[in-house]
Design a protein around this ligand. Structure first.
Ligand code: NAD
Length: 483
């Protein structure tokens, strides 16, 4: 069977409960990043389609909001069940369009089912409160209401989890949503949206569109219908969308780029640190917003750390994510290979030592070797611009205040990581790091139950956890005098 025959998802738009192609026939071809083979055609929504989606979201909002939280819960739990039941099939689609190994793709789809259950449950707990009044016979109520129709945009690097946090967060709060998943990974979103439709979601509550990103966002955000915008993407696009949202003062949740520092203190468990960091660094070929991207290692551990890290990284199995045993897949696009080469060349020219990799693999697909750079100076471009690829730049440090200043030197503030055996040193480092997420001795900073989000130019607002639901709720104060 050819690979494209395995891609058993037809890409369609979902507007007002109907699956359709774009009304003006525009489309683009979707390629498998591991082979370059065409997988499917992605329809583009025309302006008329986007207008229909906006009106549908407006109507869908009224219907969904008026249902009880319990009725919404039942539909979302059914959708979660369908996603879980289809996780192997959806995982294969995810691997074919994104490239990551199946062993990463299937758990990501499981995350989507888990997150949907979490939001379904939390929707029943969108509690307000009763505030004692200053006057007799007055009752003061603080009510939580869904904010309104939501416009959502998601990056391709987590085709299931980036999309589901938006869909299930909005639905759990009682909002309708128009989502534009990434054109690079449309099938995962379409497959999950089918689960919601089959679970009985009313028409117009969930709408899925594709197109030319800058145009789709311009059209959707110019409309007064969406009351909130949520983006998972780059800082550059976040700034553009926030500007567009400002015209109608839409609420924003911005999950943007990062450049995560990892501080390995001198007392760290070397084996734990290297094994954990190699696994996490090369996950999804380094195309992860929380990927460790600046390795600060205490000079007492520096040499053994670099040696062990290189040893572990050099035996990673790189290849087509559908094949068994593959640990790292291709990069999403050919142009990203040139960016990796430039970052490596620049670092070496500025004095870094190339310890491993630094080159493309073959001509088919977009494969780059796991790469390790040691003694990387702060002036190297990779130390300030998000690499979003399989490169680990390592540099030594000697002093606590100095390493904190270096870790906090960038405008980003998403993830950060610390390795130490000392509870006191861990606490001191956690407090000093200017970041939205801190992982100590492990990297699991994203679960359905815990808030996920950055600070500074990594954005603001959280997804997941009770904070994730709050992003889609607004507050109404009601005061009643008994007449
Ligand atoms: P991107 O910003 O180019 O695109 C993100 C999404 O926005 C896509 O769906 C894209 O089509 C859409 N988009 C909307 N308007 C757009 C416009 N005017 N121009 C371009 N795209 C527009 O991001 P990317 O390169 O696809 O993804 C990688 C980035 O996402 C990295 O910076 C990464 O750190 C970040 N990211 C952040 C998180 C997080 O939770 N903080 C998670 C994953 C990825």
């Amino acid at each position: 069977m050819s690979v494209s025959a395995l891609y058993d998802e037809k890409i369609e738009l979902l507007i007002d409960g109907e699956w359709c192609q774009g009304s003006d026939g525009a489309s683009e071809v979707l390629e498998n990043p591991a082979t370059g083979e065409a997988l499917a055609t992605v329809p583009h929504a025309s302006d008329a389609d986007l207008a229909r989606a906006l009106e549908a979201a407006q109507r869908g909002f009224k219907v969904w909001k008026s249902m009880t939280a319990q009725a919404r819960y039942v539909i979302m739990m059914k959708a979660a069940e369908l996603i879980e039941a289809r996780k192997q099939q959806i995982g294969r689609i995810l691997t074919l369009e994104n490239g990551k190994p199946l062993a990463e793709a299937v758990p990501e789809v499981q995350f989507a089912a888990d997150a949907t259950r979490w939001y379904a449950e939390e929707g029943k707990r969108a509690y307000g409160r009763v505030v004692p009044a200053r006057m007799p016979n007055v009752r003061q109520l603080v009510l939580k209401e869904p904010v309104g129709p939501v416009a959502a945009f998601a990056a391709w690097n987590f085709p299931a989890s980036n999309v589901i946090r938006k869909i299930s967060g909005a639905l759990g709060a009682g909002c309708s949503i128009i989502i534009k998943p990434a054109e690079e990974t449309p099938g995962t979103a379409v497959a999950m949206a089918r689960c919601f439709q089959e679970a009985g979601l009313p028409a117009g509550v969930l709408n899925v569109v594709f197109g030319v990103p800058a145009h789709v966002s311009e059209v959707l955000l110019a409309s007064p219908i969406p009351k909130a915008v949520t983006l998972t993407g780059s800082t550059a696009v976040g700034k553009v969308l926030q500007g567009l949202a400002a015209r109608t003062l839409k609420r924003c949740t911005m999950e943007l780029g990062g450049h995560a520092p990892v501080i390995v203190h001198g007392d760290a468990d070397l084996d734990l640190a290297t094994r954990t960091l190699v696994a996490f660094k090369f996950r999804n070929a380094g195309q992860v917003c929380t990927s460790p991207t600046r390795f600060f290692v205490h000079e007492a551990l520096y040499q053994p750390f670099v040696e062990r890290f290189v040893e572990l990284a050099s035996v990673l199995k790189v290849g087509n994510g559908l094949e068994p045993g593959i640990q790292m897949g291709p990069m999403i696009a050919r142009r990203r290979l040139a960016v990796m080469e430039e970052l490596v060349g620049d670092a070496v020219a500025k004095g870094a030592e190339l310890k491993l990799g630094g080159r493309r693999i073959g001509n088919q697909g977009h494969f780059f070797t796991p790469t390790v750079l040691a003694d990387v100076p702060e002036t190297a471009a990779i130390m300030s611009s998000e690499p979003f690829g399989p490169i680990a730049p390592i540099t030594p440090f000697a002093d606590f205040d100095d390493v904190i200043a270096r870790a906090n030197a960038l405008p980003y503030g998403l993830a950060s990581f610390v390795f130490t055996r000392s509870g006191a040193l861990a606490a001191r480092t956690e407090e000093a790091l200017d970041a939205g997420l801190v992982g100590v001795n492990h990297m699991a900073v994203s679960t359905p139950e815990t808030p996920f989000g950055g600070v500074n130019e990594s954005g603001y607002g959280s997804e997941s956890g009770i904070e994730g639901l709050d992003a889609f709720l607004r507050t109404k104060f009601v005061t009643e005098l008994a007449a």
